[in-house]
Design a protein around this ligand. Structure first.
Ligand SMILES: [Mn+2]
Length: 437
């Protein structure tokens, strides 16, 4: 299962159709990041560059020029040099950039700087993400300056620079069937990893044992990496929303909150499970867990095309306000709690985020000042949570350090939604039975 070259071609056509006739778009991929003088961090291409090209090698740049007779899509990439391939692996080279990746023309990266002024000549606007890649900012500035020095000889220079990502981010927000397949695969491999850790978790283990087991299951399932740094947070560590230390001992009587997912062919999964370290919820843990699960289900039930994004958060807040009031954790009335936001000390984040090539995927949440309406093909997380820190003044000690988040990934369908991360034990009964069995 792979995104086909035909789909990449369709994406490029849609992108090109949104560029003015006399524009040029320049999209470098992400730079390699040095770890030491002669070693690098794992390479990850720029996601918007990858979205339009399917090309994952470093040191390349895509150029789009609507209406150009020699072709509208140019790729500058690394030379295929046998001696270097022996050290760092296969390279596509210029020939295959055309035959396999659909470039109209491909040139060695070494020629980019020299060709750039000529490519910019006669183009009125430049679509480029300034500030994203300082090396390319510099190249662009140098080329523009060189051209400006030649204006007296009648050379036309782009006089506006427009952020190219705006177009691509909107495209990336609506997923195709092939993308949804990959997101579902990422989701299902990640579900397997979460089930595995629920099975093996025992008091006395360390958070890093769980983190290691997740990594193993994800890679063994075919993921290229984790989608983001796994959060494995026992007991009070669960209060820290982006806890990354993952090095504390897991204690009987504590909950374990695990927020982890895999990246599969560059598409991400994002799942949070919360379960008791010893396999049995306490009365208070169960009450809070049930409330969070209820909020998640309430949010799910709203998902369909046409619903405003913020409806999901409003739904969660309503359930939390009612529930925290009923449990005696908050006082007053539901209206007052929602009005004065007193829930905020227990729930301080949003209902979720877009999901795709990025875990916190791109695309605006508001359009013309209004919350975006959901549409078929949008993929996002639904992740309500309650974090009952012992540091919250006036909180009855019986609730101290109960942290619960429940997170799944969903896709909006024609008439509703589909959960991409199906298959996890989710109710407290299901979790207890699963951990025992
Ligand atoms: Mn998330």
């Amino acid at each position: 299962m792979k995104i086909s070259s035909a789909e990449y071609k369709t994406r490029r056509q849609k992108f090109l159709a949104q560029l003015p006739k006399n524009a040029i778009a320049i999209l470098p991929t992400a730079p390699e990041r040095h770890k030491t003088a002669d070693s690098y961090y794992d390479y990850h291409p720029d996601n918007s560059f990858y979205y339009l090209t399917g090309y994952d090698e470093p040191n390349c740049v895509a150029v789009f020029m609507p209406g150009r007779t020699e072709g509208e899509f140019l790729l500058f990439n690394m030379l295929k040099i046998r001696e270097q391939e022996i050290w760092t692996g296969f390279r596509v080279g210029q020939e295959a950039a055309v035959s396999e990746y659909g470039a109209n023309q491909a040139f060695p990266m070494t020629e980019f700087d020299q060709m750039l002024p000529e490519l910019l000549t006669g183009r009125e606007s430049l679509y480029f993400a300034l500030g994203r890649n300082p090396e390319y900012d510099q190249k662009i500035i140098l080329a523009l300056n060189e051209l400006r020095g030649r204006v007296r000889s009648g050379v036309a220079v782009p006089d506006t620079i427009i952020n190219v990502e705006k177009i691509i981010f909107e495209m990336r927000l609506i997923k195709t069937e092939a993308e949804i397949d990959l997101l579902r695969t990422a989701g299902q491999i990640s579900v397997g990893a979460h089930k595995k850790i629920m099975k093996i978790c025992k008091p006395g283990m360390n958070e890093f044992h769980i983190a290691a087991e997740i990594m193993y299951e994800l890679l063994n399932g075919g993921c290229q990496s984790t989608a983001y740094g796994s959060i494995v947070a026992g007991g009070e560590n669960g209060i820290v929303l982006h806890y990354q230390a993952n090095n504390a001992e897991l204690k009987s009587g504590d909950l374990l909150l695990v927020d982890a997912g895999g990246e599969y062919q560059f598409y991400d999964a994002d799942i949070t499970t919360t379960f008791p370290v010893n396999g049995k919820f306490s009365t208070e843990q169960k009450l809070i867990y049930d409330l969070v699960l209820k909020a998640q289900h309430a949010a799910f039930s709203k998902i369909k095309p046409g619903i405003a994004w913020w409806t999901l958060q409003e739904t969660i807040l309503q359930v939390f306000a009612e529930g925290l009031l009923a449990l005696g954790i908050l006082q007053g009335s539901v209206e007052k709690i929602l009005e004065d936001k007193s829930y905020f000390k227990f729930y301080m984040h949003n209902s979720g985020h877009w999901l795709g090539l990025d875990t916190h995927d791109v695309g605006a949440y508001k359009v013309n000042g209004e919350w975006r309406k959901l549409a078929k093909g949008m993929v996002f997380t639904v992740e309500p949570g309650l974090y009952l820190s012992k540091d919250i003044p006036g909180l009855d000690p019986k609730w101290h350090d109960i942290a619960v988040r429940i997170e799944d990934d969903v896709v909006v369908t024609e008439s509703g939604y589909d959960i991409l991360t199906k298959g996890l034990p989710r109710t407290t009964d299901e979790i207890e039975a699963f951990m025992k069995g």
